[in-house]
Design a protein around this ligand. Structure first.
Ligand SMILES: N[C@@H](CCC(=O)N[C@@H](CS)C(=O)NCC(=O)O)C(=O)O
Length: 242
């Protein structure tokens, strides 16, 4: 049985894994888990990841969640090019440093901006709460400033002189609000130049392919197909964003 990856390409950590697997020629079965259809809450998927979150991996009878753990597992199992996760002690520590920092500094606040700007209005039918959106964007600012004015003032990529897992994770996360009209790169010229470098290193076609879904406007009719699910998702989103 080939390795299985449980993904929804609306999700930034899923796109990081998808791009990594494709870019490195890692063979896998794409197991689609559509968050917008509540598939992550179904018993079949909860057997794969009891936390009910994507991405997840199944390799034989080995199950793994968390994007960073999955990327490291794939890089080790398939011995991918060293620049992704460099063997040098201190270069590797720089990648580790970013991957540890990004969970609360980037992943969480960027996801909240996306949920407030796109997913909540989609499922609730209500307009964007602009006061809440501004507050959530403000929470991202210190991290964007740090990347633009400190990290990228010293080197071309986030951890080393070459693209690494740090850049891959950051790229897909920062694209999430950007894709729905909250351009996180606009005020940060070094970050904008870095985005172009990362896109070139990953391959524009692959990047485009992975981001196709999130760059398209959602069809409002999708949200009305299962009103009970929509209500449940709105409740969860309101709780998370309050
Ligand atoms: N820290 C986790 C985050 C996983 C996560 O929150 N995934 C989101 C999609 S981006 C999800 O599955 N959300 C469903 C839910 O929370 O109900 C990782 O990087 O893998």
């Amino acid at each position: 049985m080939p390795l299985e990856l449980f993904l929804d390409l609306y999700s930034p950590p899923c796109r990081a894994i998808y791009i990594f697997a494709k870019k490195n020629g890692i063979p896998f079965e794409f197991r689609s888990v559509e968050l917008g259809r509540g598939e992550h809450l179904k018993p079949e998927f909860l057997k794969v990841n009891p936390l009910g979150k994507v991405p997840a991996l199944r390799d034989g009878d080995f199950l793994l969640a968390e994007s960073v753990a999955i990327l490291l597992y794939l890089s080790r199992k398939y011995q991918t090019a060293p620049y992704w996760y460099p063997p040098d002690l201190q270069a590797r520590a720089r990648v580790d440093e970013y991957l540890a920092w990004q969970h609360t500094a980037i992943q969480l606040p960027a996801a909240n901006v996306y949920l407030c700007k796109s997913l909540l209005p989609h499922f609730s039918g209500q307009p964007v709460d602009t006061v809440r959106l501004d507050r959530l964007l403000g929470k991202l600012k210190p991290a964007l400033q740090h990347l633009d004015q400190e990290v990228l003032a010293a080197k071309p990529f986030l951890a080393t002189e070459q693209v690494s897992l740090a850049d891959l994770m950051a790229f897909t996360e920062l694209m999430q609000p950007t894709a729905v009209g909250c351009d996180l790169f606009r005020d940060w010229p070094r970050l904008a130049a870095w985005r172009a470098r990362v896109e070139a290193a990953l391959g524009p076609e692959l990047v485009q392919n992975a981001h196709k879904l999130v760059l398209q406007p959602r069809d409002p009719r999708d949200a009305q197909q299962d009103p009970r699910l929509a209500q449940e998702l709105v409740h969860r989103l309101q709780e998370r964003l309050s």
